[in-house]
Design a protein around this ligand. Structure first.
Ligand code: FRU
Length: 444
């Protein structure tokens, strides 16, 4: 069948542009996913807004519309990224109000306002009046104008917030604030490490099994063959005492600015933007009126050594319809899931455009047809052994989970057809046909 690239398992706007997931939470019986949204432009032009989806089960979603727009002086050039904090019967949202002054500015050392603003809602979409909590003059004097993306949590009797920042000497860092009441915030400390990029975006501090982690999306890290292959990175540190052991969340072409949240049964879930800014490749849906999607929600767990594992949320298994044994040369129809064990080295060829290969301790994803890759070529990751692979292939994206989710690769791809031949060696497993998620719309 001809492929119209409309995703079936991934949240994406019907029209316009999406970037970071924002305000992820479970509140009032629903999962809430807000996102950076430019409703009028598939290229992300115009002031950023927050769009909003909600779901009772992570499978049936409703888009309630554009719920936050730039409409006060302190956010007039964009309602930028932020978080949600459920506070009893009220959901408190915190975001960055972006301001660009007129005049001759570089917008890094002058001309940009970055305000922490809060609003609240009792139903997820009708918002209270906005209140400005912090302005640039409240940040330490070593900061440039780039300070943004608040993430708030509660520790015993104190509220905490992290903000991503760029210093005047071009070092990425995270600023920590504390508050007794979610309104009055005091600077506590700055956290950074040497030579790790000029800006850290979208910080997120969380705990799993009692261990502390700090996720960041750093910009300005030199590229390497097996790491930092994309224009910007995104990963987590162990944050027990000092920041240590940075691990990238995802080694594919399209992943950035993820956020985590905890759900009532105790699972920690991460959702990323399946896209990155300033990429040298393209997404042809933009010519059709929309661009970008989010990753599926992923459960994060910690291995014995503290490193994290990711797996698609178990709810997605309810979308499995038929299943068949993986057989060489079979025809598959997007979307599908492949789940297989390996006997050492292996390879999978999807259609005549994509090859996945594990050999000599390196997993590789390689496009063999640029019409499907649209400028994407090759991504690699080291993995000393790879005992299994799970591949979630949607109509225009693929998420690959390797060896129990120890490494992940996500990428957009744009095949002309939804059916494809699948060839492989070194694996045995199952192919699942998948139903699509339901995404209704009752807002604009
Ligand atoms: C990350 C980011 C954030 C910012 C938002 C603006 O992709 O640059 O730092 O708040 O996007 O859309």
């Amino acid at each position: 069948m001809k492929n119209n690239w409309r995703q079936k398992l991934h949240l994406e706007p019907v029209s316009g542009w999406l970037n970071d997931p924002n305000g992820l939470c479970f509140f009032g019986g629903y999962y809430h996913v807000y996102f950076q949204y430019a409703p009028e432009s598939p290229y992300g032009k115009g002031g950023k807004c927050w769009g909003h989806w909600q779901s009772p089960d992570l499978l049936n979603w409703t888009f309630t519309g554009t719920v936050l727009r730039p409409d006060i002086p302190e956010d007039r050039n964009g309602v930028y990224s932020g978080c949600a904090f459920p506070d009893g019967g009220i959901l408190r949202l915190f975001y960055t109000g972006n301001v660009k002054e007129e005049g001759d500015h570089d917008y890094t050392t002058s001309g940009r306002g970055a305000n922490v603003i809060t609003v609240s809602t009792s139903n997820g979409h009708a918002m209270s009046e906005k209140k400005v909590l912090l302005r640039n003059s409240d940040y330490p004097s070593y900061c440039s104008c780039h300070v943004r993306d608040p993430k708030v949590w509660k520790d015993a009797n104190i509220y905490r917030m992290v903000l991503g920042a760029r210093t005047l000497s071009d070092e990425g860092c995270v600023l920590f604030y504390t508050s007794p009441d979610l309104e009055n915030w005091s600077f506590e400390k700055r956290v950074s490490i040497q030579d790790f990029g000029y800006m850290w975006e979208c910080p997120d501090l969380f705990r799993i099994d009692g261990r502390e982690y700090l996720s960041i999306s750093p910009q300005g890290i030199p590229h390497e063959e097996y790491r930092f292959q994309n224009v910007y990175s995104s990963g987590y540190f162990s944050a027990e005492k000092e920041l240590a052991d940075y691990q990238e969340w995802d080694f594919g072409f399209d992943f950035y600015a993820p956020q985590t949240f905890e759900v009532p049964d105790g699972r920690r879930i991460i959702i990323g933007w399946m896209g990155i800014g300033d990429i040298p490749y393209t997404n042809p849906t933009a010519e059709l009126g929309w661009q970008h999607c989010l990753t599926v929600p992923r459960e994060i767990t910690a291995a014995a050594d503290g490193s994290l594992r990711q797996a698609p949320v178990r709810e997605l298994e309810k979308l499995r319809r038929g299943s068949s044994e993986l057989t060489d040369g079979m025809t598959v129809e997007l979307p599908f899931e492949l789940s297989a064990e390996s006997y050492g080295d292996f390879s999978i060829e999807l259609g005549d455009y994509l090859i996945f290969e594990y050999a000599d301790g390196v997993f590789t994803m390689r496009f063999t047809d640029d019409k499907a890759g649209c400028g994407r070529d090759i991504r690699k990751v080291r993995l000393s052994s790879c005992k299994d692979i799970r591949l979630l292939a949607d109509t225009s994206s693929v998420e690959v989970y390797l060896s129990g989710g120890e490494r992940v690769m996500s990428s957009r791809f744009y095949p002309a057809d939804t059916s494809a031949k699948l060839s492989f060696r070194g694996l045995s497993g199952t192919i699942y046909e998948l139903d699509e998620m339901e995404v209704k719309s009752d807002g604009k």
